[in-house]
Structures are given as C-alpha cells and as structure tokens.
Design a protein around this ligand. Structure first.
Ligand code: SAM
Length: 726
C-alpha cells in the first residue's frame, strides 16, 4: 500500500475539488491530514459521497461535520474496517497510530447520534412522550422465534452450517426481524456467513437441478435463479430446505398489488413503475411458460404443475427482489488473497456495502429485467418540468430495491456502486439469515457487500452499538420510498432518501440548440430530483439556462456568468424559479386530489367521522409500520402488537391476521404504505415550493433597484403526457 491515496478515491474531479477546498489535498496530489481523526473523517466523507449527495451538496464546508447519517455510516464503517487492516495501519503511519485512531473512532461512533443510542431506528426529532418508557431509551425487545417454529429450525440449521450470529430471529410487534443476542459494539461482526451457505449461481451450479437448468440455452441468470427457487423450495432433500421453510408464504410487494391499489396511485411515479414492472414480470412469465411445460413433460414424476403457475413465479421473483443481495466475490480463492486484494477491500469501503434485493437496476447487477425496465414518470407537473424517470442513479445503485434475480438486488447500502471494483464480480445472492434482517435508513450495519477474501465469509459488521434484545437493522441502500413500495412492499415515513424525480424540458424554439449546448458545457442534464431540503444547484442552473435569453446564453458561453454558482441576473432568476414553482404547483394539486390523500384530509377535518376502514388502517399502522415511530414514541407495546396481530408467538398469521412481514390479506397495510408514499411526495413538493419562495424573495431583494419585468413563468411550461399526476 502506497498510503492513503490508495485508501480514498481521489480520481473523481469533483471529489478532488472538494478535498482541495477542505485543504486536504497537497499540491502533489496526495492527501494530507490523515493522521488525525478529523482529517480522516473529512477525507472519508468526500470519498463516500454518493452521486445523489454530490448532487445536493452546496458547499465543501458541509463536510467538516457529518453530512447525513448515510454518508457518516459509510465513513465510520470504512474507517473501522480499514484501520483494523494492515493496509490501513500503513496509511495511518504505524500500527500504534492506527490503534490510537481506531480507539478514537470507536469512541466517536459510540457518541454519534444520541437519538439512536438506545437502539432506536428513528433519527428525526419528533420524539413524543410515551407512557411505557420506550422513548426514554427502552425500545421494545424482540420476542425470539419459539422452539419448533420454522424460523427456529432455520437458525439451528444455519449454526450447523457454520453461521456465526450475534443475532436471532425475533418478532417486533407484527414485524419479524432480528434481535441482538448480546450487546454489539461498533466494529463487531453481528453476522458471519460462510460462502457455501449462500444461494447463487456458483452454489446452484453444484446441484443436479442447477446443472440441468444451466444447460438450457438462453436462460438469463435472473430467470434461472427464479426457476431454481420455484422447484428447489419443494425439495425436502434440498440443502436449503430448512431455509425455504422459514420464508413467508406470500409477499405483498408492489409487484403483487391488485389493479385497484395501483390505480390509487394514478399519475405518480409509483404508478408508472408498478404498471411497467408488473407488465414486465407477466411477460417474462409468458416467455418462460413453454420451458415450464417442457420441464413438466420431461420430469412428471418430480414436478407438479402448480409449482409453475403465475403465483408461484411471482412468489419467487418477489423473494429475489426483496430478500436477495448483490454481493461481490473477490477473485482469489480462499487462502490466496493477495495483499493487494486486502488493500482493495479496505479501499472499497462504501462500495463494499450490499443492498439487498432486486433493485439496483443496473444491468450489471444481474437483476431481473423487471428492474431493468424500471423507470417511472414522477408526479405530473407542467411545462418545462415533467415527472421524471426514476433514474437508476437514485433508484438504482443508490436506491434500488432488493434483490438480484428479481432485479432489485441491493447493492451498495451506502449508495455507491458495488460492482466489482476489487477485480471480482458482483452477483445476485440469496443470503440465508441476513435476509431476515429488516431495513432502516438509520441502520446498525451498512458495509456488507463483499465476501471476505481471506475467510470466504460474508460479514455484517456494526458501525454503531446495538444493545442486547433490540432489533438490529441493516441498510438496503439509500432507497427512496418509490422503490421500497414497488419492490419491498413497505415504505419508511420520513425516509431521508426519498426524492421526487423531475425531468426538465427545453422548450422548442430558436434558442434550443444554444441552451442544450450550454447544459452540455456545464455538465448538467435535464434529469433532476427534489428532496425534503434545499433545491439542488444543478437544478437551479438548468432552469437558469432553460429560461435564458440569447444575450444571457452568450454570457454563459463566454463564462462571464456561472449559472451553477448563483443567479445570472434578477430577471432570469425570477423566471427560472417561477417556472419551477408553477410546475411544482401543477404536480402538487393533482397529488393532493388523489383519494388516498383527499380522504385523509377529510378525516383530518372531521376526526369524528373516521371510517371503519380508516380505523382499521390506523390500527395496522400502530401495529407494524410505523414501526420506527413506535419504537421512537412507544405508541405500542410489543405484547399488544403481537396479540392484535394474532401471532403472539411469532408464528405466521392465519385468517385475517398479519403475516411475518406484517401484511394482511385485505391489503390494508399496503394501502397504508401507498398513503405514506404519497404523503412523502407531498412533503417534498411543499418543501420545494417553500424553497422557491425563499429564492424569489432573495432575488426580489437583490433586484430592488432593477425592476425585472420578467415574463410569466407559464410561458416556459409545456405539458407533457407523463407529467401529469392525474
Ligand atoms: C429481507 S426481508 C426482511 C425479513 C423479513 N421481515 C422476514 O421476517 O422474513 C424484507 C422484507 O421485510 C419487510 N421489511 C423490512 N424492513 C422493514 C421495515 N423497516 N418496515 C417494515 N417492513 C420491513 C418488508 O416486507 C420487506 O419486503
């Protein structure tokens, strides 16, 4: 290892500029200040910046403190791993320096986010008082799976197979997950799984069924894994039989949503995504049907027709979308890991985190085409702005839902691409045991995407403490609610990774070519995102260019004005922001009129008129979903939750009760999640409107002496079909 330059990425020009602005980059191009914790943290923050974080970053100075939990989690996880490695010690100067830094870092990670110290998963400050002490540092403890249950049997099998676990499968209210069996400290491994236990291309190939399927020409690996699952789950003699039995009988991801529920989202990005993904999966099944018929004909004594109906195909696809991971396998065989590879692993940091599931959307991730086809028009909007495609940039590597074979395999939980920077290959993998851990944007573990080249295990190290008995969360990646809803079936209220995608349109006209050229020169695309926070500088720059006059475009071309740095002039600014404002209003109105939100507004105005349906949903909400909030607020004690869910013992629910994931056959919970998704979109649009107002006021104040006479923004708007929310 040559030094820290190998530990952190300094090749990206934007990141290099940030390092320079922070005074961390020597003129020789080498990083400095790496012998202090502060210098290390700042350098790592730059290194771990995801694409979307770079997009929303306003100022290098923001990186002097933690930027957000995702970035800091990636940073701390990277450094905890790196400083424990010989390469990291070399970077620190000596093993002694590294050990001192490691100690400081461990202390630092213990003190991070006191809101999370109790093991709670909610970071936001809305802690309300509770009567049972949950909000005072005692969130509910998990109820371990009872002896004799499928989950307990699976755990026994996993331990026989060499899985080392500091966690156990447990119920938390209506939601099954994993509880810590001991206090887990930062840097400690919560779960370590031998490569041989994993279900993926290579281990499947070692089975008779896998070899037979692999001999079939033109079968994609995604489809192969789905078909393998459809058959192997019924084989009592399968080496994974006890794993298959531990899984829910039914999934409730968006891929399963009925038409009525999909229609409740009409006009939103989720509606488009769901419509496309469901159609894609149906088509993929239809294309595979002849193969099923052939298999049934060839092996009538082994196979049953009902294993191959659409419901069974959907079950397997949803499983791979929502339970699988995208994992990198280093090249070298066990015991042959070169020191270079060890360095590579340390350098991978954030890339080494795996999200699960089908989602990343990148074709390299081997996801099913369902994912690859995912692109969703966002909420409507007018003119120059149209609901954007949910880009891979957000929904993909940083936001993708789940699994691999399903197409949503989680890849990099910290948002950067997980694909094979260490010379290995990235594959969709079902990871027994890890797949029983629930997701949180406020997780305990984010760096788990790469098989350890020395031990050939897949390890889940914690970067912050989790007390014994409390739920351990991993991050499936910075997944926005749209992807969570479609590919995992749930959403996170107050999800910090939620966005509203936007696509700007350059109006047809005499200036179009010049505007396009200006955007190219500035390195800005027309695809943008809104967050529950300040508007991106790139979005504002794009708007400034789109509304620019010919003289203004000349100034931009000659670099006499810099749209990325701030307003070109008051008039241009007023029009740029006005254009956005009008478009946002055009998106918000139809969103608020959707029955799921309108009904809620009515209920808000007349609380006494809560419908039976609404009451039931509220009860479910209390039971499961706002799981995060419950833990935070202690709204619900776990005994109440389990009892109300009809499965106090952790056994799968029957009849009208909830399944392992807290879903009910009446789709009430799913409807609730749809509503929370819409609320999230509404929050972001409202916040963005406030940001517009603040910008307009600032521009007006700056232009007090120079009246603008700006053209009304609507002149720049052109409605496009996929803009409309309804
Ligand atoms: C990989 S599995 C996690 C384990 C799963 N709960 C079980 O017991 O089988 C992913 C599924 O768990 C549920 N899930 C995960 N994290 C969740 C969360 N934070 N809130 C609600 N449901 C969650 C969703 O149904 C999701 O599709």
């Amino acid at each position: 290892m040559q030094g820290v330059a190998d530990l952190f990425d300094v090749s990206d020009s934007r990141k290099r500029a940030l390092l320079q602005a922070l005074g961390l980059l020597h003129s020789s191009g080498r990083l400095e200040a790496l012998k202090t914790l502060d210098g290390l943290l700042q350098s790592a923050r730059v290194h771990c910046l995801s694409t979307i974080e770079l997009y929303f970053l306003h100022d290098a100075a923001q990186l002097k403190q933690p930027l957000n939990l995702r970035n800091e989690a990636a940073v701390v996880s990277l450094l905890l791993a790196a400083l424990a490695e010989p390469a990291g010690q070399a970077a620190a100067g000596s093993a002694g320096d590294a050990s001192s830094l490691l100690q400081q870092l461990s202390q630092y990670s213990e003190t991070l986010w006191p809101e999370l110290a109790s093991g709670d998963v909610a970071l936001s400050g809305s802690t309300s008082g509770s009567s049972d002490g949950s909000a005072q540092g005692h969130p509910p403890r998990g109820v371990p799976a009872p002896a004799g249950s499928a989950a307990a049997d699976f755990e026994a099998w996993a331990r026989e197979k060499g899985v080392q676990a500091g966690i156990t499968i447990a119920s938390f209210g209506a939601l099954r997950g994993c509880a810590a069996t001991r206090d887990i400290r930062p840097g400690e491994t919560a779960l370590s799984i031998p490569e041989s236990v994993l279900i993926y291309e290579d281990t499947v190939r070692q089975t008779d069924l896998g070899r037979m399927l692999m001999a079939i020409p033109n079968l994609t690996i995604d489809n192969l894994l789905i078909i393998f699952t459809m058959i192997d789950r019924h084989d009592e003699d399968s080496q994974w039989a006890r794993y298959w039995r531990s899984l829910p009988d039914k999934y409730y991801t968006g891929l399963s949503f009925q038409e009525e529920l999909v229609q409740q989202l009409a006009g939103t990005a989720a509606h488009l995504e769901l419509t496309r993904a469901q159609a894609h999966l149906r088509q993929q099944y239809a294309d595979t049907r002849p193969l099923f018929d052939m298999l049934l004909q060839a092996y009538p004594q082994f196979l049953r027709p009902e294993w191959f109906d659409y419901e069974s195909y959907l079950w397997a696809a949803e499983l791979w979308y929502s339970y699988a991971f995208e994992i990198e396998f280093p090249k070298a065989p066990a015991g042959h890991g070169s020191s270079q590879e060890a360095d590579g692993e340390a350098a991978m940091a954030e890339e080494g985190t795996a999200e699960r599931g089908a989602s990343r959307g990148g074709s390299s991730s081997g996801k099913p085409a369902a994912h690859k086809s995912r692109s969703a028009a966002g909420g409507g909007g007018g003119g120059g702005v149209k609901a954007a495609k949910a880009r891979r940039r957000q929904g993909g590597s940083s936001g993708g839902g789940g699994n691999s074979a399903g197409g949503a395999a989680q890849s990099s939980a910290d948002g950067s691409s997980a694909s094979s920077s260490g010379g290995g290959s990235s594959k969709p993998v079902m990871v027994p045991f890890a797949c029983h851990i629930n997701h949180s944007p406020w997780p305990h573990c984010v760096r788990y995407g790469r098989v350890n080249p020395r031990t050939r295990t897949l390890d889940y190290p914690a970067f912050r403490p989790c007390p014994e008995g409390q739920q351990v969360f991993i991050s499936y990646g910075p997944v926005p609610n749209l992807k969570l809803l479609c590919y995992y079936g749930f959403v996170v209220a107050g999800n910090p990774h939620d966005v509203v995608p936007l696509q700007l349109e350059i109006p047809d006209g005499p200036l179009r070519q010049q505007q396009e050229a200006a955007l190219v020169a500035l390195g800005i695309t027309v695809e943008h995102s809104l967050q529950d926070g300040p508007l991106s500088m790139q979005l504002l720059a794009c708007l400034r260019v789109i509304v620019a006059t010919a003289p203004e475009l000349q100034l931009i071309k000659k670099k006499k004005v810099r749209p990325l740095a701030g307003p070109i002039n008051a008039e241009n600014e007023e029009q740029a922001v006005g254009t956005l404002r009008a478009a946002l209003e055009g998106m918000l109105r139809p969103l608020e009129a959707l029955p799921l939100l309108a009904q809620q507004a009515r209920q808000g105005h007349a609380a006494a008129e809560v419908t039976t349906e609404g009451a039931a949903e509220q009860q479910l909400h209390a039971l499961h979903l706002d799981h995060h909030q419950q833990q935070q607020t202690g709204v619900l004690r776990q005994e109440e939750a389990a009892a109300a869910a009809g499965r106090a013992d952790g056994q799968p629910a029957t009849g009208g009760a909830c399944n392992e994931n807290g879903f009910d056959a009446d789709w009430r919970m799913s409807r609730h999640f749809c509503r929370v998704y819409l609320e999230g979109q509404r929050t972001i649009l409202r916040r963005s409107l406030q940001e517009c107002d603040a910008l307009v006021s600032a521009a007006a104040a700056a232009a007090v002496s120079t009246p603008s006479g700006a053209v009304p923004s609507s002149l720049c708007l052109r409605l496009s079909r996929c803009n409309r929310i309804s």
